[in-house]
Design a protein around this ligand. Structure first.
Ligand code: ZN
Length: 190
């Protein structure tokens, strides 16, 4: 992710947004937030490729370990945002994949309409570095708030415990600890 692509203030806004949604869901700023809960709160339905009618063969091609496909956001016939995601990824990866797509929706990123035809492979997405950097940052922030990291580290939780707390991968926890400046704040622990 190219962090240099992020607009000034985007990181601070992301923490605010991540706490705001927790408040709307009666959660504390340090609480875990499930991607499916946030999607549901936003009225966004989340599907597997099979649920939108892809054949077993196409599902296998799309989600085989080498395909690199995680998830995408598109609209249903009513114009509502829907997320289709790779259900073969690990649970923690699915969380970050869905949060990434939810972040696209929160940021109101515009994508060209994808026409999903039953029985056809899902089209690949055009890649825009700025949009992807925003979704990557906000998605990670929605999953693990800075406030949450501070709370966990104050409680002397290790990386594995923090990852379990936030339904996140240890890789995501380490990433957030590094990029939020929390590592400097708790340098005595690292
Ligand atoms: Zn994306």
């Amino acid at each position: 992710m190219k962090l240099s692509k992020l607009k000034k203030g985007f990181k601070a806004d992301s923490e605010g947004i991540s706490i705001e949604f927790r408040e709307q869901l009666c959660l504390q700023s340090h609480d875990p937030l499930l991607a499916s809960c946030l999607a549901s709160h936003l009225g966004v339905k989340v599907y597997s490729p099979k649920e939108i009618g892809l054949s077993s063969e196409d599902c296998d091609i799309l989600m085989n370990p080498g395909s690199g496909w995680s998830a995408l956001t598109t609209k249903n016939k009513k114009g509502r945002d829907i997320i289709i995601h790779n259900v073969h990824h690990s649970p923690s990866r699915q969380e970050s994949n869905i949060m990434h797509e939810v972040a696209h929706i929160i940021c109101k990123h515009e994508f060209p309409d994808l026409e999903i035809k039953l029985g056809s492979p899902l089209p690949l997405r055009h890649y825009d570095e700025t949009i992807e950097a925003e979704a990557e940052w906000l998605g990670g922030n929605l999953q693990i708030t800075r406030a949450g990291l501070v709370c966990c580290l104050r409680d002397r939780m290790d990386i594995n415990a923090i990852a379990l707390h936030f339904n996140a991968s240890e890789q995501m926890v380490n990433f957030r600890i590094n990029v939020t400046g929390v590592k400097r704040q708790f340098s005595h622990l690292f």
